[in-house]
Each structure stands twice: as C-alpha cells, then as structure tokens.
Design a protein around this ligand. Sequence first.
Ligand code: SF4
Length: 316
Amino acid sequence: MKKWGEKPYRSLDYELKRRYGGKLYKVALDAGFTCPNRDGTIGYGGCSFCSGGSGEFAGDRRDSIETQIEKGIAGLTRFKASGYIAYYQAYTNTYAPTAVLQEVYEPAFLHPQIDVVSIATRPDCLDDDVIRLLASYQKRKPVWVELGLQTIHERTAEKIRRGYQLSCFTDAVSRLRQIGIEVIVHVILGLPGESTEDMLETIQWLNRMDLQGIKLQLLHVIESTELADWYQAGMFQVLTMEEYVKLICLCIGHLSEHIVIHRLTGDGPSSRLIAPEWSTAKMQVLNAIHHELKVQGISQGCLERDTYDFRTDNFV
Ligand code: SF4
C-alpha cells in the first residue's frame, strides 16, 4: 500500500477521501466580482496571462449564487459525490465591501450539500475586515483561500504584471493561518524567462511556508491576452509536453509531503486556447506524468533536501 493510495503524491482526491470518506466535487461560481488589477485600482488589463480571472468554467454571473449552486450540483449528479465544494472562482472574490461579501458567501454556508467553501483571491485584497469576516465563516464550515502567486521571482512578477510583491503574499498567508484557514497557492510553470531552476526555487521556497495546498498549472496562452501578443511576436516559447512532464515530476519530487496537490496541469478554455495545443488532451498528459513518475521512481518530497518546520522556524 502506497503512502497516498495509488498515487506517488498527496493528491486532493486522496486527501478528501481521508477527511470526508469520498470525493467532493467543485461547484465553480461567478459572484460578479472584478479585479483591482483590471479595473484600474492597481492596473488595467490584468495579469498578462489572464483571460477572465480563471472563471471560464464557473457558473453564469447573471444567476444568483443559490441558482449557480443548484445548477452546478445538478450537472454533477452522474458522479458519486460525498459532498461539494463551493468554489468562488472568477476574478477576485474578496474584492468588495464586507456587506456585499456576506450576501455572496451566505448561500454557500447555508446550503446543506456544501461541505467546504473555497475562495480564490489576491493577497492584497485581504484587509482586516475581510479577515474578520472569513474568521467568522470558518467557524461554520471549513474555508479555503486560494492565492494566485504564480512565481516567487519579482522580475517575472513584474513582467506578467501581477501587481503585488512577494512580501504581500507572505503576510496574507500568515494572517489567514492565524485564523485557521487553509491556504492553497497557484503556481504557473513555463512563464516567460523562467528556467527550470527558477521554478524549482519557487517550489522550495513554498515548502517553507505554512501552506496546505498547491495548484501546479501549465502556462496557457489564451486569445486576447497580452501573453498571446508576446507569443505571436515570438517573444517566448511554450513548453512541449515532454518538457512539461519532466518538469512537473521534478516539482513533485521537490515539494514537501504535507502540501496537497490540487492540480497538475491546467484548465484553460480550449475554444480560446492558442498554445500549447497538446494540453487539451488532459488525460493523456496526466497518464504521461504518472508514467514518468514511475519510471524515474519519483514520489512527492523525495528530492527535497531539507524540510522546513514553520512552527519552530527551523530546517529539520
Ligand atoms: S489577479 Fe487574477 S483575476 Fe486579476 S488579473 Fe490577475 S489573474 Fe486575472
């Protein structure tokens, strides 16, 4: 029996089964927010890769949250679900006055089939009022917060116009952890100008943070983004499938065992995807990753030299 069921890494499915006895399915929601990096507060146009706040698979923002949850669950009835995760996915889901946030969050906390509420946001949109609000919700149901860091390297962050510094992320993680909220970080692999070493440095740095989950995502070039202009001008190349498979296996090997892997590929909208085209064959990519892990004998954390204990602030 392997450590994490059938896979050589701590997958989200494994973790949910351990905690809830079965699989929880995500109901992706669009609560009608925007993003300070798009509306002019921090910048216009958003991060260079952003095609709409990753909300392409979310519900319809014209529907109420109650309706989106009901429709989302109805669309998942063919699966044997132990429960559901309300996933506030589109744009920046803490970017509003707390009275508005309460209105938007309340239906998920009232819904009997929702077990977990996951909120995607930016670390610079978590002021004290929002933290207090999340703390009160955390007492009712587990709350996860997903933060799109993408990279630890400031030069890349500037290039992709992320709009906040690494210290902002560390501060947000620490304040969320003080109120017991699980934090899931998003990392993009294959960003322009980043080497394998750069990406592994990001993983090793994240090992030292008090993080509970990670989404490792392949860089997608989506129509009508700044990244698409750069790509079409020949300013960078996307990863081949072979390169990505090798890279993701290295990342898994370097990632601390305690961090749950929520994603290993990416979920770009295929109708607007420019590159890499191979990424649409998601099952094939996942199979290739699993095969490579086996061939290389890699399991999560096996390449991590030191483990950092954030409680004692020491390598152990
Ligand atoms: S922070 Fe998120 S929603 Fe805002 S521009 Fe960047 S990727 Fe898009």
